[in-house]
Design a protein around this ligand. Structure first.
Ligand code: ADP
Ligand code: ZN
Ligand code: ZN
Length: 798
């Protein structure tokens, strides 16, 4: 027998299956969807069996045999193998990348495969007895000679195949160091003069009394070892504690079961439309304002699908995979749900994946990659917040979960629901054309009014002499809520707005030595970090250019807001949620929980608080600056701003208490801001569509972004230039090619970045030309150190 195998060879210019002989002893088990080790050139590489056949055009005498089976049961089923081939065409990726992304991470690492007896040894073929001896299992390598016999037992069920994955402990802890907040105490500790490390650490501690920090972080920043930290802690300079980094997922199993709510009339109408199409490959766009009861519809349609004996996938953006969201699914479906969230270790994720594969659960809830849940009998796929850009993967394969959902819907002949309060323009345009069926929820489920949104003109504030980042109105409202013991959420639109370190004498801004980007100031550790390459260093005492001591940080990071807030309302208890405070697993959840329990008056945060926050006591939302996303050099800037404002506003007044929202802006007349005020989606859609038409962007045109990187600026410019020339020759007249030009961030990690953009309406040769381009790249430019990334339908063109 002969296997067609997709091999993992990055440098090969051709992406097609290669034929390999299946050695006789492996024949009994080898199946499509299994991974193998095969010889390629003079190496052994990983491959996936995609097909098994009897004949090959290739000379069998010269064909090489498969070296080893990496799986003893297929990791991918026929459907996923087909989808990988489709992804290769759609996203212009290598098929191996598409195959790899579908396999759980734990299976990509080293693990042991075993055959395990399900009953007694006496049940199985006596010829196998010596292999087992007195163990209940054998490793698959030990059984290669008897795979034929094993296969028979597998089919009978007397043996099962199992993978033994090293489990991380369920609860991971990090060690925290709490430096004493008494400088006197620190001064009083005696350290011998030759204990250099201890002296160094003590200096650091004296500069940072009261600091709480992870020990690994402290070791890095202070440049000391763990024993040094311990010895100072023993002397009383610091306390130690262990903090859980994420919650044991099992805690969610003791949840009380809840029944379906009685649907409102509008919900019922939407439900019925979907219900009628349960066995049809139809895509619905469920457009409902925040709080209109979309999630309830998801829950009830899933319920219906389960009753028909089928399975469902529910995709949510990672960031809204909150405990609250998870809880709602566990309450309805109990043990039937697998939740795949980023807090799980690779081993735990694999356990959930295996429950899906074995049919032990019927619903998978998870972020983007849950679209690969290996269900066999799908009845429904849902994407909540379908406009979210996190549904698109940033690196190869650059797939969009929405496209894969629709593909799987076709395959299983089942509906797909795309839900959003602010649909992407692409999806709404498709619904307008009747490609998707539009379902609308116009009111909140319990008829709560939408929050009153006020737009504050910050230019006016400045004119009247208010230089603070809080307008008079917002400041008053914050004080008012404090007095009433109601909660406030403050939202800092952080993108492109981080704090940097600047010399006030010569104006030098501290830059990353590897990237064309300024370093971001981190107060807790007194360091400057590059958010692109991870470089960090201590804030210098003097300017590296002019040696001035007037060096300080600027900008409006969340830490800065927190400081101003402390001046404005010193009595308020503030929780801050941003990349810094949520670096540890589970921290996100902990902050939300304590806010929910009323342990703070104000929650201050970035993007990550825009979603999923559903607490009855929030009556005030403040958006400190609505403009930051608006002025990004990206054709989706207005759309993103509209979406963000709508979402943030949706956090207020979700329960009995009515909500108020203040949106501060320096461009309050922009339509993305004025129309978000009253959640007027359609007028926004019309206006934004007119802009897109005028500038030739999606949904009127399709876009492809091609990016090159190289250590040498001239080389990268040359390759990009050659590409543009090539594309001009190959593609049709109506297609627009923009560039080449340097990327917005022109250098990252010491590599220069160039890009070009293709805009087209109809381009039958596109896939072919892109594959040709990859071929040129792989047979030449790759070897000379370049990288090439082709992004079909990018979520942003920055
Ligand atoms: P969305 O997903 O559109 O934001 P949700 O489904 O979360 O909306 O509903 C918003 C709130 O209204 C939730 O607290 C939910 O429990 C409640 N709700 C939804 N549907 C109903 C209903 N039919 N009857 C009563 N309450 C409902
Ligand atoms: Zn200077
Ligand atoms: Zn950098």
């Amino acid at each position: 027998m002969i296997a067609e195998i997709i091999v993992d060879v990055a440098a090969h210019p051709i992406d097609r299956p290669f034929d390999y002989l299946i050695p006789e002893k492996l024949e009994a088990l080898a199946e499509p969807g299994m991974r193998v080790k095969v010889p390629f050139g003079n190496r052994k590489v990983l491959g996936f069996i995609t097909n098994i056949k009897e004949k090959s055009d290739f000379d069998p005498g010269r064909m090489k045999p498969i070296h080893e089976l990496m799986d003893v049961v297929p990791v991918l089923n026929t459907e996923l193998l087909e989808m990988a081939a489709w992804m290769k065409e759609q996203t212009v990726c290598f098929e191996i990348d598409a195959l790899q992304v579908m396999v759980p991470a734990a299976l990509r690492a080293k693990y042991e495969k075993r055959f395990v007896l399900t009953s007694g040894l006496e049940e199985i073929d006596p010829r196998l007895h010596p292999y087992f001896g007195n163990k209940p299992f054998i490793r698959s390598q030990e059984a290669e000679d008897v795979f034929g016999l094993i296969k028979k037992e597998l089919d009978k069920g007397t043996i099962i195949a199992d993978t033994n994955i090293q489990q991380q402990t369920a609860v991971k802890k990090v060690r925290m160091i709490h430096v004493s907040d008494s400088v006197e105490k620190l001064e009083s500790i005696d350290i011998r003069g030759n204990a250099k490390q201890q002296l160094k650490l003590m200096d650091f501690m004296k500069e940072n009394p009261g600091l709480s920090i992870e020990s690994s972080e402290l070791q890095k920043i202070a440049g000391v070892t763990l024993p040094t930290i311990y010895s100072l802690a023993e002397k009383g300079a610091a306390d130690l504690s262990n903090v859980e980094t994420y919650r044991d997922p099992k805690m969610l199993t003791e949840i009380e079961k809840k029944d379906n709510l009685v649907l409102t009339e509008a919900q019922q109408k939407a439900f019925d439309a979907i219900d009628k199409s349960l066995n049809t490959p139809r895509t619905f766009l469920l457009h409902g304002i925040t709080g209109s009861g979309k999630t309830e519809i998801y829950l009830q349609t899933i319920d219906k699908v389960l009753k028909e004996g089928k399975e469902a996938i529910m995709l949510v953006p990672e960031i809204s995979l909150t405990p609250q969201m998870t809880l709602r699914f566990k309450e309805r479906f109990g043990d039937m749900v697998a939740v795949l969230h980023s807090g799980l270790s690779a081993g735990e994720k694999y356990d959930e994946w295996r429950k899906i594969q074995r049919g032990e659960v019927k619903v998978a809830v998870g972020a983007r990659s849950a679209i690969f849940a290996p269900f066999e009998n799908l009845g429904l796929i849902i994407l909540d917040e379908e406009h979210e850009s996190s549904y698109k993967q940033d690196d190869s394969p650059r797939y969009h979960a929405r496209d894969l959902a629709i593909w799987r819907g076709e395959y299983h002949s089942c509906p797909v629901i795309l839900g959003s309060a602010t649909p992407s323009l692409e999806s709404y345009a498709r619904a307008q054309k009747g490609v998707y069926e539009l379902l609308v929820l116009e009111k909140r489920a319990r008829n709560q009014p939408l929050p009153a949104v006020h737009i504050v003109d910050m230019r006016e504030e400045l004119r009247t002499g208010n230089r603070s980042m809080f307008s008079i109105q917002l400041a008053d409202a914050i004080r008012d809520r404090l007095a009433k013991k109601e909660q406030t959420v403050l939202f800092l639109n952080k993108r492109g707005y981080s704090s940097f370190v600047l010399c006030r004498d010569c104006g030098t801004v501290m830059q990353c030595p590897n990237c064309d980007i300024s370093l971001t100031y981190h107060r807790s550790s007194e360091t400057m970090k590059c958010h692109y390459c991870g470089y960090d260093e201590r804030v210098p005492h003097t300017c590296p250019e002019c040696e001035s001591e007037h060096i300080r940080f600027f900008g409006t990071g969340t830490q800065k807001v927190e400081e101003e807030l402390a001046k404005l309302v010193p009595e308020a208890r503030v929780l801050r949620m941003d990349v810094d405070t949520t670096r540890n697993k589970g921290a996100h959840e902990k902050i939300l929980n304590s806010f929910g329990e009323g342990k703070a008056d104000i929650l201050l945060g970035t993007q990550m608080i825009a979603k999923g926050l559903d607490f009855p006591n929030i009556t005030l939302v403040g958006v400190l600056s609505a403009d930051t996303t608006l002025h990004l050099p990206d054709f989706r800037a207005a759309e993103k701003t509209y979406q963000l404002l709508t979402q943030v506003s949706g956090r207020a007044g979700r329960d009995v208490l009515p909500g108020t929202v203040f949106v501060q802006s320096y461009t309050p007349e922009h339509y993305a801001i004025t129309l978000a005020k009253d959640q007027l989606y359609e007028p926004f859609y019309d206006q934004e569509m007119a802009m897109r038409r005028a500038s030739g962007y999606p949904p009127y045109y399709y876009v492809v972004n091609i990016q090159f990187t190289h250590e040498d600026l001239m080389t990268v410019a040359e390759y990009a230039g050659q590409t543009v020339e090539y594309l001009r020759k190959q593609l049709s007249e109506g297609t627009i090619i923009i560039g080449p030009s340097a990327s917005l961030i022109a250098r990252v990690n010491n590599r220069y970045r160039y890009q070009c953009l293709i805009k087209y309406k109809k381009e039958p040769k596109l896939t072919e030309v892109m594959q040709q381009l990859i071929k040129i790249y792989r047979s030449d430019w790759l070897k000379k150190g370049a990288t090439l990334a082709i992004d079909m339908n990018p979520t942003s063109v920055m």
